[in-house]
Design a protein around this ligand. Structure first.
Ligand code: 5AD
Ligand code: SF4
Length: 439
């Protein structure tokens, strides 16, 4: 989401005649686009701000430093005491105000706008993608979240839910396809609540699939509470809607889910997983898990381990709970699982997950996949890297293949994180015949 927001900020600033540079040392204005979702994300921002402060001092103050995004509201409170660190504080709904705020700073004033909006979707702004691979892009389709999960600061930092009109999303997809992009991830805090007054998320996904049959469509993140069959059927039927779903569980314990204000039970969640696997054969799944939430007992932690063992996720993002200001959990519960216990539980779920991933990846050996090449492998210039439809990273010999090609690959080896393969030939979504998947 922050990458996508930065692309909107790029566009607004470049309209003003500013140009992006690669290194902060070369910049007159530096912005940090911040995240508040966990404490360590915020710590990294403070450290970065200290580096910029030193840089600014070396330049006798001739540098503007701004904080954008979710931490803006919090920083505003601290801006008096941390005054020397930042000149400009701008929240996620106020980026259109950046040119005016920058001129306030030029006039010697501190500039702040952290107002949240009920409408802003930046629908008419054409994001400027300066940092991507030219193959896959993010497109924001909705902003904010109304779910109010007890642990989560997003509803406070990013505001109420609002959907960008489908027409402007579909226009952007068309432009990306014309520019040669081959994969788009539709983004939002809560994508399956998408509703622009005319389209549901399922309808938007179907329309997105029709823009360019050779452009893959992914999405992140949905909420398990509403997942219509119509959407699962579209994913199953449209070859360019990817067979990979990120479906955050957060916990495997009903009592913890209730404390978290997640409106589903373990049983309902498992039923949804079963439905996904029924309707979309071969679908891969990933999840988010929080460990050590308030009052979490050893037994509740075991429930999370057993849920993860039962589902067998292809990928999981696992976090130790960190208390966030203004959330329901901060106001009503005690953050009472000791740090060392959180850490131990986190390493237990990570360890189990790594071995599940390795087991699942081993089953991939011998299978054929259509891989979209994203670039050169990190390890060797002689190898390329790309993803399967099911979102698994594959590395294989470069030969004559290029970034942006769809290549048919047979999987030959794996680790818990990556598949290795033999490339067979250049192909396309239309040409590629997937193998039947054993259900
Ligand atoms: N502590 C730890 N993890 C959190 N997440 C959200 N809030 C917190 C928190 N306070 C995790 C959730 C969410 C993901 C984006 O970040 O798992 O799905
Ligand atoms: Fe946060 Fe819950 Fe909204 Fe996700 S659905 S952004 S976890 S409040």
């Amino acid at each position: 989401m922050n990458v996508s927001d930065t692309e909107i900020v790029n566009s607004i600033l470049m309209e003003e005649g500013m140009q992006p540079v690669n290194e902060p040392e070369d910049a007159e204005v530096v912005f940090i686009n911040t995240c508040s979702i966990r404490e360590n994300a915020e710590e990294r921002v403070w450290n970065r701000l200290k580096e910029f402060k030193a840089m600014k001092r070396e330049r006798d103050g001739d540098m503007t430093v701004g904080v954008l995004g979710c931490m803006a509201e919090r920083i505003r409170e601290q801006i008096m005491e941390k005054e020397e660190l930042v000149d400009l504080v701008v929240g996620p709904d106020a980026y259109r105000d950046l040119p005016k705020l920058l001129s306030d700073v030029d006039d010697g004033r501190k500039a702040v706008n952290v107002l949240l909006s009920l409408e802003e979707t930046y629908a008419d702004i054409k994001p400027v993608r300066t940092n991507d691979n030219g193959v896959s892009a993010f497109v924001t389709i909705m902003r904010g979240c109304d779910n109010m999960c007890a642990f989560c600061v997003v509803p406070f930092t990013r505001g109420r839910e609002r959907s960008r009109p489908a027409e402007s999303i579909l226009d952007e997809l068309k432009q990306l396809s014309d520019q040669g992009y081959k994969e788009v991830t539709l983004l939002g805090q809560n994508v399956n609540s998408y509703d622009d007054g005319e389209n549901t998320f399922a309808e938007l996904m179907f329309k997105a699939s029709q823009v360019d049959p050779e452009m893959r469509i992914r999405f992140s993140s949905p909420h398990p509470k509403d997942f219509p069959e119509e959407l699962l059927e579209s994913i199953s039927e449209q070859p360019n809607l990817c067979s990979y779903i990120h479906i955050p569980a957060q916990s495997g314990s009903n009592a913890v889910l209730e404390r978290m204000r997640r409106p589903y039970t373990r049983e309902q969640y498992l039923e949804l997983v079963e439905k996904m696997r029924d309707i979309i054969p071969g679908v891969t799944l990933s999840t988010d898990i929080i460990t050590g939430f308030c009052d979490e007992t050893e037994e509740e932690h075991q429930d999370t381990l057993s849920l993860m063992a039962e589902v067998k996720y292809d990928l999981a993002y696992m976090f130790a709970y960190s208390e966030r200001g203004r959330t329901l959990a901060e106001r009503k519960y005690e953050d009472n699982v000791p740090e060392d216990v959180k850490k131990r539980r986190l390493s237990e779920i990570i360890e189990q997950q790594m071995s599940i991933q390795e087991e699942l990846n081993k089953k991939e050996i011998g299978r054929r996949h259509l891989v979209l090449v994203e670039g050169t492998s990190k390890r060797s210039d002689e190898q390329l890297r790309g993803r399967t439809d099911t979102n698994k990273m594959v590395v294989f010999d470069r030969k004559d293949f290029e970034k942006g090609d769809y290549v048919e690959v047979t999987i030959t080896d794996c680790t818990s994180a990556t598949l290795m393969g033999d490339p067979i030939k250049k192909s396309s979504i239309a040409e590629f015949e997937a193998e039947p998947v054993a259900v």
